[in-house]
Design a protein around this ligand. Structure first.
Ligand SMILES: Cc1cc2nc3c(=O)[nH]c(=O)nc-3n(C[C@H](O)[C@H](O)[C@H](O)COP(=O)(O)OP(=O)(O)OC[C@H]3O[C@@H](n4cnc5c(N)ncnc54)[C@H](O)[C@@H]3O)c2cc1C
Length: 272
C-alpha cells in the first residue's frame, strides 16, 4: 500500500483551469483503493489530475472513451490532408496564466506556443475593428472617449496580476492570499458584463470589446458574474497574451500525456 505524504488533487475545473484541493493526512478515502487511481476521461483536467496523483506516488491509469486523448483539446484533419483543425479549444490565455500548467515542463514535452502580434480583434459594424494589444495604452488609445476609463478599469487589476491569477484560479475554498486585490476584482466581476461596461464606458468600441471578452462566459451579458470573464480574459490579454499552440490544441494534450508518462502514469484510449 502506497500512501503519499501530501497530494493536491484537481477537483473542480473551469476552462482548462485546474483548481487544487489539498487532501490532508491520513487519506482515509484513498486507502480504499490502495495506491491506485483511475481517472475517467483524458481531457486536460483528467490529465492534470492524473499527473498530480502520479507525482504523489499513485499508480495512475487514465481511461478515455474516445480513440484519441485530449477531450475538447483535440485537433484532427477534418477537411484536407495536412490541415489540422481544433475540435474545441483553440486559443489559450488560461493555460499560460495557470499556475498549475506553469509548474509542468510542457515546453520540454513538445508544446510550442505561437504568440500573435495582436491578441484579438473585435470587428465592428462600421468596418473597423478594436484590437486588444498586449500594451494596455495601445489598446486604450483605440477607444476614443473611453481610453482613460479602460485604463482605470484594467490598470489597477493588472498591477496585482500575479497575486490575482493565483487567487482567481485556486480552490474557492479558503481565503484569498491577496484579499484587497481580490475584493477589487470581485466587486467588479460579480456584476453583469452589461452593467459594468455601461457604468465604465460611453462608446461602442470599448463596450463591444468588453462584451466580446465576457461572452466567453457563455452567460447572458445581463447575468451576474459575466463581467468576471471580461475582466480575466482582458487582463490575461495584457499580462500573458492569447497564444495558440503550434499544431493545435492537441499539442497541449500531447504534452500533458508526455508529463504523465514521465511520472509513470498511463492513458488507455477506446476504453469502455
Ligand atoms: C467548442 C469549444 C471551444 C473551446 N474553446 C476554448 C478555447 O479557445 N480556450 C480555452 O481555454 N478553452 C476552450 N474551451 C474549453 C476547454 O476545451 C475545456 O475547458 C476543457 O477541454 C475541459 O477539459 P476537461 O478535461 O474538463 O473535459 P473534456 O476536455 O471535455 O474531456 C473530457 C474527456 O472525458 C471523456 N469521457 C467522458 N465520459 C467518459 C467515460 N464515461 N469514460 C471514458 N471517458 C469519458 C471524453 O471523451 C473526453 O475526452 C472550448 C470548449 C469547446 C467545447
Amino acid at each position: 500500500m502506497r500512501s503519499p505524504s501530501i497530494a493536491k488533487v484537481p477537483a473542480v475545473s473551469v476552462c482548462n483551469v485546474v483548481i487544487p484541493v489539498q487532501i490532508p493526512r491520513p487519506y482515509d478515502w484513498f486507502l480504499i483503493v490502495p495506491g491506485t487511481a483511475t481517472i475517467v476521461g483524458a481531457g486536460p483536467n483528467g490529465l492534470a489530475a492524473a499527473i498530480v496523483l502520479a507525482n504523489a506516488g499513485f499508480t495512475v491509469e487514465v481511461r478515455e472513451a474516445a480513440a484519441v486523448a485530449g477531450g475538447a483539446a483535440r485537433s484532427a484533419e477534418l477537411t484536407l490532408p495536412g490541415f489540422r483543425h481544433d475540435l474545441g479549444s483553440a486559443v489559450h490565455p488560461m493555460a499560460v496564466m495557470s499556475p498549475f500548467f506553469s509548474s509542468l515542463p510542457l515546453e520540454q514535452s513538445g508544446l510550442r506556443w505561437i504568440w500573435p502580434s495582436a491578441e484579438l480583434a473585435h470587428p465592428l459594424d462600421d468596418g473597423t475593428a478594436v484590437i486588444l494589444e498586449r500594451d494596455i495604452r495601445a489598446t486604450a488609445c483605440q477607444l476614443g472617449p473611453d481610453a482613460a476609463a479602460y485604463r482605470r478599469l484594467y490598470g489597477p487589476l493588472l498591477a496585482n496580476w500575479d497575486g490575482l491569477r493565483h487567487d482567481i484560479l485556486k480552490s474557492i475554498i479558503g481565503w484569498p492570499r491577496h484579499p484587497i486585490a481580490m475584493a477589487r476584482f470581485g466587486l467588479r466581476g460579480l456584476r453583469s458584463a452589461r452593467g459594468l461596461a455601461g457604468s465604465y464606458f460611453k462608446g461602442v468600441r470599448a463596450r463591444a470589446l468588453f462584451a466580446g471578452l465576457a461572452a466567453h462566459s457563455f452567460l447572458p451579458l445581463e447575468s451576474p458574474i459575466s463581467a468576471a470573464f471580461g475582466l480575466v480574459l482582458g487582463m490575461a490579454g495584457h499580462a500573458v497574451g492569447w497564444p495558440i499552440p503550434q499544431g493545435g490544441a492537441q499539442s497541449i494534450a500531447d504534452a500533458l500525456i508526455v508529463c504523465l508518462r514521465q511520472a509513470g502514469g498511463t492513458v488507455i484510449t477506446d476504453a469502455s
